[in-house]
Design a protein. Structure first.
Length: 264
């Protein structure tokens, strides 16, 4: 599935200041996409991705990965943390480990690309909704009753996915391979730009980022416009009193950029 962006007549005319709020290591692609459209891009992470408090449960599960029928990665952060942990235990990673990985499901295209980077190809990806609902819809078309499914995720996340897969008859287990921690204090430069309304757009690429963003900037966020990547993120922003100005048609970075550009 490919996402295409309609070309603008004159990219140099789109002069906007855009603030990215993802973890720093995840901003490179989004920054490039906005800069290609002529934007001036600033980065202020609102969450930080850290290792989990303990690894024992995840380590034990990784050692018996071949016992599972389906492996579900909820995010690119989960992919990176999972395989970097495996790499730290098996440097280099044993080829048998990758070969023993069961049928793999990725929440979205970015997660699938991350898996490919670690040698895991041919994973399943939802065709429309890149979220828990999309995974449930995807796996409901497979005979998962009685199957052992492992969810690889962080310390946050809705219970919808394990609850629904369990309802469909699967034996669902979860491991946390990272923790998402809110950052509370922005850099003085970014705080000033937001306060005085000189940032035109702020991107919000997850519900946890949205909540952390509101806590970080408070009422000053009303001096800018929020761009949401998905209906779930938009619902969260609206619930905390900051409905987004635009929402991406698809939960992809390219679609998010296009939504912002077209709004202007």
């Amino acid at each position: 599935m490919e996402t295409t962006c309609a070309p603008m007549t004159d990219l140099t005319q789109w002069k906007q200041r855009v603030l990215l709020t993802r973890p720093a290591h995840q901003c490179h692609e989004l920054k490039r996409l906005f800069e290609d459209r002529g934007a001036t891009v600033f980065v202020q992470p609102t969450i930080e991705i850290l290792p989990p408090p303990e690894w024992q449960n995840a380590d034990d599960t990784m050692a018996s990965i071949a016992d599972y029928d389906i492996l579900v990665f909820a995010s690119s952060n989960g992919v990176r943390s999972f395989f970097e942990r495996v790499k730290s235990l098996q440097n280099p990673v044993d080829k048998d480990f990758v070969e023993n990985i069961p049928l793999t499901v990725a929440t979205g295209l970015g997660t699938a690309e991350s898996l490919a980077g670690y040698g895991v190809g041919n994973c399943l990806v939802p065709s429309e909704s890149f979220d828990a609902e999309g995974i449930v819809a995807l796996l409901s078309n497979h005979k998962i009753a009685g199957k052992r499914i492992l969810l690889v995720r962080g310390n946050r996340g809705r219970t919808l996915l394990p609850d629904e897969l369990t309802r469909l008859g699967a034996d669902v287990e979860q491991i946390s391979v990272y923790q998402s921690v809110d950052l509370t204090v922005p850099s003085p430069e970014i705080a000033s730009l937001v306060q005085y309304g000189t940032i035109q757009w702020v991107t919000v690429t997850s519900s946890s980022i949205g909540r952390a963003l509101v806590r970080m900037f408070g009422e000053n966020l009303r001096r800018t416009k929020l761009a949401s990547i998905s209906p779930i993120t938009s619902k969260t922003l609206t619930a905390v009193g900051f409905p987004p100005a635009v929402e991406a048609k698809e939960a992809t970075l390219a679609s998010l950029v296009e939504a912002v550009v077209q709004a202007e």
